[in-house]
Design a protein around this ligand. Structure first.
Ligand code: NDP
Length: 272
C-alpha cells in the first residue's frame, strides 16, 4: 500500500501540489499517493482527523486553514511557531507535527533559482498577512542589511513587528518615499485582484529583484511597475511553491527531490 498524503484547503481543485509531489515521488522512487482534500470551511480538524484515521501520513495545508492547522498540531517547528501558521502536517506514531515551509521555500527560490544573494541586501517586504509573517524569520536568518515591512494598515504592520520583538522596521507605504531596496517582495494579495500596492516611485535600486508571491497571473501590476521602474529581475511565486513543496517532501520522506525539472514542467504546462 502506498503512503497517503494530500493537500487540504477550500477551494483546493486549482492546487498544483498533487502534480508537484507526483513528480517528486517519481523522481525519488517513493511509493506514495498524493490527493486533494476539500474541507468544509468549518470542519478543518474533522476532515484532517478523518484522513489521519484512515492511515494518512501527512498534509499540505492551504487557504484558509493555515492558522487552524497551527492550532491543530501538537508539536511545532520553530519556524511554524514564528509564522503562527502551519502548511505541513506530519502524522507519525500518534503524534501530529506541524511545520511551515513557505519561508524556506521563498529563500530557496531566491538563492537557488534566482541566484539572489540575500546577505547584505536591503529587503522590502510588502504586506502583513500570513504569507509575509511566514517569510520574515527565514529572510532575517540570511542576514540582510535591512528588512523593512510596509503595509496598507499601519496597526497590522506594527503588531507584526512587535511579535518579532522589533527586529525589523515596519510602517505604511508613506515611509518608503526616497528609499531604495535591492529586493522587493510582494506578499500582499493585491495581485489576486489586479491591484497595485501603493508604492512611491523609485523604490527599486539599480539591479533590484522584484518578486511577486502570486503566480499564474502573468505579469502582475506589481511586476509591470517594477519593469517600468528599471528592476533588473522579475520573478513570480511559482518557484516558491515548488521549493516549499520540496521541503515538505523532505520532512515526510527524508529525501530532497530535485526541484528544477519540476519547476520547468510547471512553467511549460502554465504557458501551454
Ligand atoms: P492575507 O489575506 O493574509 O494578507 C493580505 C495582505 O495583502 C494584507 O497585508 C493586506 O493589507 C494586503 N493587501 C491586499 N490588497 C492590497 C492592496 N490592494 N494594496 C496593498 N495591500 C493589499 O493573504 P496571505 O498573506 O495569505 O497571501 C498573500 C499572497 O501571497 C496571496 O496572493 C497568495 O496567493 C500568495 N502566496 C503565495 C505562496 C507561494 O507559494 N507562492 C505561498 C503563500 C501565499 P491590509 O492589512 O492593509 O489589509
Amino acid at each position: 500500500m502506498p503512503d497517503q498524503y494530500a493537500v487540504i484547503g477550500n477551494p483546493v481543485a486549482h492546487s498544483r501540489s498533487p502534480l508537484i509531489h507526483a513528480e517528486f515521488a517519481r523522481q525519488t522512487g517513493q511509493n506514495i499517493v498524493y490527493g486533494q482534500l476539500l474541507a468544509p470551511k468549518d470542519a478543518f480538524a474533522a476532515t484532517a482527523n478523518e484522513f489521519r484515521a484512515g492511515g494518512g501520513r501527512g498534509l499540505n495545508v492551504t487557504l484558509p486553514f493555515k492558522g487552524e492547522a497551527f492550532r491543530f498540531a501538537a508539536f511545532l517547528s520553530e519556524r511554524a511557531s514564528a509564522a503562527q501558521a502551519v502548511n505541513t502536517l506530519k502524522f507519525e506514531g500518534g503524534v501530529i507535527f506541524g511545520d511551515n515551509t513557505d519561508g524556506v521555500g521563498l529563500v530557496n527560490d531566491l538563492v537557488r533559482n534566482q541566484s539572489c544573494d540575500i546577505a547584505g541586501r536591503r529587503i522590502l517586504l510588502l504586506g502583513a498577512g500570513g504569507a509575509a509573517r511566514g517569510v520574515i524569520e527565514p529572510l532575517l536568518q540570511q542576514q540582510p542589511a535591512e528588512l523593512v515591512l510596509a503595509n496598507r494598515t499601519l496597526d497590522k504592520a506594527q503588531r507584526l513587528a512587535q511579535s518579532f520583538r522589533g527586529t525589523f522596521e515596519a510602517g505604511t507605504y508613506a515611509m518608503l518615499a526616497g528609499r531604495q531596496f535591492d529586493l522587493v517582495v510582494n506578499a500582499t494579495s493585491a495581485s489576486l485582484t489586479g491591484e497595485l500596492p501603493p508604492l512611491p516611485p523609485g523604490v527599486f535600486a539599480r539591479g533590484a529583484l522584484a518578486y511577486d508571491m502570486m503566480y499564474g497571473k502573468g505579469e502582475t501590476p506589481f511586476l509591470a511597475l517594477a519593469r517600468a521602474e528599471g528592476a533588473a529581475m522579475l520573478a513570480d511565486g511559482l518557484g516558491m511553491l515548488v521549493e516549499q513543496a520540496a521541503e515538505s517532501f523532505f520532512i515526510w520522506r527524508g529525501l530532497r527531490p530535485d526541484s528544477a525539472p519540476v519547476l520547468k514542467l510547471l512553467r511549460q504546462t502554465q504557458d501551454a
